[in-house]
Design a binder for this molecule. Structure first.
Ligand SMILES: *Cc1c(COP(=O)(O)O)cnc(C)c1O
Length: 355
């Protein structure tokens, strides 16, 4: 840190992204990426020579084509769609734009919420989960703040129902309710249809998890026209070209092969259920998940020890050193082969421990 940094940023604790190790033969189950590659149309789009030659030009700041395709896919209009450099970017703008009265989010959720609250110096309240790691919707009613909820939640994988979300919306007429649907394609129900009725609802989604494009950085939000205009306002005051032309092309192509990505999601869900059953068989408590990861614990071993033992066997999962969830590990669902390796390794680790 230099002595020039403004004092309020000196105290900021930035987000710690999951490790992206350089080691090749590692089984990487720590950042909820898709185990499957982008589809053939997506790959063809980003390797198109005309697109490469066009890089000398600025990209379309309105991302018109991509927004039209997203609008068609989700049954809304272009003016209801905002696209961004990853959905983290939308979360950032939302804390900045809508967090003036403070922010409310679960004590166990996506770690970036805390960082954005700090970055924008928002007064925040972190609400504990119930003992079964579900969210109690009543905790988010009439609190007079921006509400931010991941649905499915991370790292638990648990969901709120649409009637529960609707209750929260009804009880926050004067504040924005942001529903972060990064994992919605793995079995959750989307709140997007509610955006037509509730002008205070902003739904964010991403191409990073279900559409195999984490490195392309493409997120989007759907909501009332007014909310989208607010996000545009901040974007045009920050970086109008926030979604580069390669990423716009990749996103458009991905939407043209939704079947491919939906088939991958179904495969991942199947692998998830099979992995959950195998871990339960070994005595694990497995939190019911509608996401592409499992959140698991066992009385037979401390969470941090299991994390390390798996790491020693070149399997990387995610352990959070946070009091309430220290016993758990979050395991991204990989290919069937990768999960077989995980299940075998866990079995050997537990057997070795008790030998
Ligand atoms: C991965 C994730 C994001 C970030 O997605 P990007 O589009 O890659 O920025 C947002 N919210 C949650 C809950 C996530 O897990």
């Amino acid at each position: 840190m230099s002595r020039f940094l403004e004092e309020r940023y000196q105290k900021l604790t930035p987000y710690t992204p999951g490790e992206q190790p350089k080691v090749k033969d590692l089984i990487k189950l720590n950042t909820n990426e898709s185990p499957y590659p982008p589809g053939p149309k997506t790959l063809a789009a980003v390797t198109d020579p005309d697109l490469a030659a066009g890089l000398r030009r600025y990209n379309d700041p309105e991302a018109g084509r991509l927004r039209d395709l997203l609008a068609a896919r989700y049954g809304v209009s272009r003016e209801n769609v905002y696209v961004s450099n990853g959905s983290d970017d939308i979360l950032n703008f939302s804390f900045q734009a809508f967090g003036g009265d403070g922010v409310l989010f679960p004590a166990i959720s996506y770690g970036f919420y805390q960082v954005f609250a700090d970055l924008h110096q928002r007064d925040y309240v972190k609400v504990p989960l119930r003992a079964d790691l579900t969210i109690d919707p009543r905790d988010y009613m009439d609190k007079g703040r921006l509400v931010v909820l991941a649905n499915p939640n991370a790292p638990t994988g648990r969901t709120l129902s649409l009637p529960e979300i609707e209750e929260i919306l009804r009880h926050n007429e004067d504040h924005v309710v942001l529903i972060d649907e990064a994992y919605v394609d793995f079995g959750g129900a989307s709140s997007v249809p509610l955006t037509k009725e509730y002008p205070n609802l902003l739904v964010t989604m991403t191409f990073s998890k279900s559409r195999s494009l984490a490195g392309a950085r493409l997120g989007f939000a759907i909501g009332d026209r007014g909310l989208i205009q607010d996000l545009e306002r901040l974007k045009y005051a920050t970086n109008p070209y926030n979604v580069n032309s390669l990423t716009q092309a990749a996103g458009a192509a991905a939407l043209a092969e939704e079947d491919y990505y939906q088939a991958n999601c179904r495969r991942i869900m199947k692998t998830r259920e099979r992995t959950a059953a195998a871990l339960k068989e070994m005595g694990f408590q497995v939190v019911p998940s509608q996401a592409n990861f499992l959140f698991v614990r066992t009385d037979r071993m401390a969470g941090g020890d299991l994390y390390q033992a798996l790491r020693d066997r070149k399997i990387l999962v995610r352990h959070f050193d946070q009091e309430e969830i220290r016993d758990y590990n979050r395991i991204t669902i990989g290919t069937d082969q990768e999960m077989d390796a995980l299940i075998q390794a866990v079995g050997e680790i537990l057997a070795g421990k008790e030998a």
